[in-house]
Design a protein around this ligand. Structure first.
Ligand SMILES: Nc1ncnc2c1ncn2[C@@H]1O[C@H](COP(=O)(O)OP(=O)(O)OP(=O)(O)O)[C@@H](O)[C@H]1O
Length: 601
């Protein structure tokens, strides 16, 4: 019953009693009784009304438990990444704690005051209405801060299920609704702040990514231009190729210690920390033969243009030199040599209307410090050695007046197509010394030297370019203990190591610009004289293993390769005018005892 109705009812009762027929004395006593009972009722009703106003203890609403996990997880992620967000979170926790304490005090005070008021004086319905609304406002405020505190606590600890993007967009939808109850409004406030933070984080991440991208591309550009300038100066180009981990390395369980940093840098994890090396190009374990050849191909044009070009592979045994230069055994992944043959004939075909081309080749191996002609079968060679006048075919390294190396006494065969050239190459490979070592089942026990001469006569002015492509697959340096070499294999290994050490001495002398370069110390260095510090455009490919097991050898190879980069060559085109070319032809004919017609030069 409402208080106003009750008062009205009481007045009616008093009126009714005053007109009763009972004697006055008894009536007065009765009236007092009734009054007392009415006051009692009034107190009970007031208490009931009071009880209605007493706040229900604040409890976490179920909708928060649905919404909070998603907000919390995301927020925790943001706060752990962005320091500003973390600082903001801690600030929010402190502020909210203060606000919650204040709200609780206000509510307590309000309840106390309300209770006192109800005991002391009567209120108008209007006053009571306003009391009720301020009470409910205070209760809502307390609830808001309590929910907020729980949410912030969770955000701080991150104890919530992971939220995916779908849940995130659900959260955004919820946060977009205007008709949420109080507790959700609180969460909405937090959520909106967190979304702002998330946006900020996203922007910061994007900016950071852009800065890193700019830095990386700028660094790569700088290296590229530096390399171009170095090449223009005549510096030897050096590529580095990392081969994949092989089975035996995997079985050793050795860690991978080599990584490509960018197109021009490789890093090696050593016991003293990482060491970085810079090259003209770095090829990772994933690089295909085609990828590599794309960066080699332009040298083929130089050969056609009349330059001496030398491409050689360097590295420890089993590091992938033969794979790089020759390819795999069944030629599913042909290497630089067979690809060069095709590329040269492709260029020749394209220029067939302007030039007349002639291609010839010699193929040698340097085995136990002896040069052997691989275009002559071993049986034929053995037969020649037993002839009464001694060996008929002795291959010697000579240099012409321009310093270009040539193999005197070696069979030079012409090829009119890439297929013919490849057939010669196959013949040479079949004659090569290969055997199994502990490190490589198909280890090359000799240095392979392939020389391709390309003569191009300009059909318009008669000038002649003579380019030479030298392709060298070096035998691998090795440590006898590691390879398990014995007897004749040990002799082979010693010879290989001796020649490679002589090559190392030449590289060191050239890179240090010493006045004397010890080319004559080995046949290998004589073969490579025009390629190292001479008249050639030279490309070295340093092959390395990625495994910790080969760390020492890898570092040695990389240090040598770095030295090679410092060597300057002086590559010049071998061009003869029509007249000189004709005179040379005459001299050749005369030397070989042929009759010569009178020429008009
Ligand atoms: N980049 C690569 N991708 C896949 N396999 C490779 C790669 N490089 C090398 N290999 C494989 O590793 C093994 C050893 O390579 P390879 O024979 O070319 O080494 P090498 O340096 O020529 O050794 P050696 O000096 O003993 O002759 C071969 O089986 C080869 O196929």
């Amino acid at each position: 019953m409402q208080a106003s109705a009750f008062l009205c009812h009481r007045a009616n009762c008093i009126q009714t009693c005053s007109v009763s027929d009972q004697p006055l004395e008894g009536a007065n006593a009765r009236l007092e009784e009734l009054k007392e009972s009415l006051y009692q009722k009034e107190r009970e009703i007031t208490e009931l009304l009071e009880a209605e106003r007493i706040p229900v203890p604040p409890v976490l609403q179920p909708h928060c438990s649905v919404l909070l996990p998603t907000v919390i997880t995301k927020a925790h992620e943001i706060c752990s990444v962005v320091p500003e967000s973390r600082a903001l979170l801690y600030q929010m926790i402190d502020d909210n704690q203060v606000a919650l304490a204040e709200a609780r005090d206000k509510l307590r005070l309000h309840l106390q005051t309300a209770k006192q008021d109800s005991n002391e004086k009567e209120k108008t319905p209007r006053q009571e209405g306003s009391d009720e609304s301020s009470l409910s406002f205070l209760q809502e405020t307390v609830r808001e801060h309590e929910v907020c505190q729980i949410a912030l606590g969770y955000i701080k600890s991150g104890e919530c299920p992971v939220m995916n993007d779908c849940e995130m967009s659900e959260l955004e939808d919820i946060l977009g609704q205007e008709t949420l109850p109080t507790a959700q409004r609180t969460v909405k406030g937090i959520g909106q702040q967190l979304l702002l933070l998330q946006d900020q984080l996203k922007r910061e991440k994007e900016e950071k990514k852009k800065v890193v991208e700019n830095y990386t591309s700028e660094r790569a550009m700088r290296k590229k231009y530096y390399n171009m300038v170095e090449e223009m100066k005549g510096k030897i180009r050096v590529f580095c190729r990392i081969r994949p981990v092989n089975r035996s390395e995997a079985a050793q369980g050795g860690a991978v210690v080599v990584a490509k940093l960018d197109d021009y840098s490789v890093t090696v994890e050593t016991q003293r920390g990482p060491r970085e090396f810079q090259f003209d190009k770095v090829f990772s374990t994933e690089a295909s033969q085609e990828d590599l050849f794309q960066d080699v191909n332009r040298l083929m044009q130089s050969v056609i243009d009349g330059y001496n070009v030398c491409i050689f592979a360097y590295g420890q045994t089993g590091s992938g030199k033969t794979f790089t230069m020759v390819g795999d055994k069944d030629q599913k992944n042909p290497g630089i040599m067979p690809r060069s043959f095709n590329a040269i004939f492709d260029i020749m075909r394209e220029n067939g209307s302007k030039f007349d081309f002639k291609v010839s080749a010699y193929m040698l191996e340097l085995y136990n410090d002896r040069l052997q002609d691989l275009l002559v079968s071993q049986a034929g060679e053995a037969h020649a050695q037993t002839q009464p006048h001694g060996p008929t075919r002795r291959v010697e390294i000579k240099r012409n007046r321009k310093g270009v190396v040539f193999a005197q006494g070696a069979e030079t065969k012409e090829a009119s197509s890439a297929q013919e050239l490849y057939a010669l190459f196959q013949q040479a490979c079949a004659n090569r010394h290969i055997s199994a070592t502990k490190m490589n089942v198909e280890s090359s026990r000799s240095h392979l030297i392939v020389g391709i001469m390309v003569e191009s006569r300009n059909l318009t002015n008669g000038s002649v370019n003579t380019g030479k492509l030298s392709l060298v697959d070096l035998a691998g340096s090795e440590r006898a203990a590691k390879t398990g070499a014995k007897d004749h294999q040990l002799k082979e290994a010693n010879s290989i190591n001796k020649s490679l050490s002589a090559l190392g001495d030449v590289i060191s002398a050239l890179s240090a610009e010493l006045p004397h370069v010890p080319y004559r110390n080995s046949k290998l260095t004589q073969v490579m004289q025009d390629s190292l510090g001479g008249n050639a455009k030279t490309l070295m490919i340093v092959n390395i293993s990625p495994s910790e097991y080969n760390l020492d050898e890898t570092l040695t190879s990389l240090v040598y390769a770095t030295r090679v980069k410092a060597i300057t060559n002086n590559a010049q085109r071998n061009v003869d005018s029509k007249e000189i070319a004709q005179l040379k032809e005459v001299i050749m004919k005369l030397k070989s005892g042929h009759a010569v017609e009178e020429v008009d030069v």
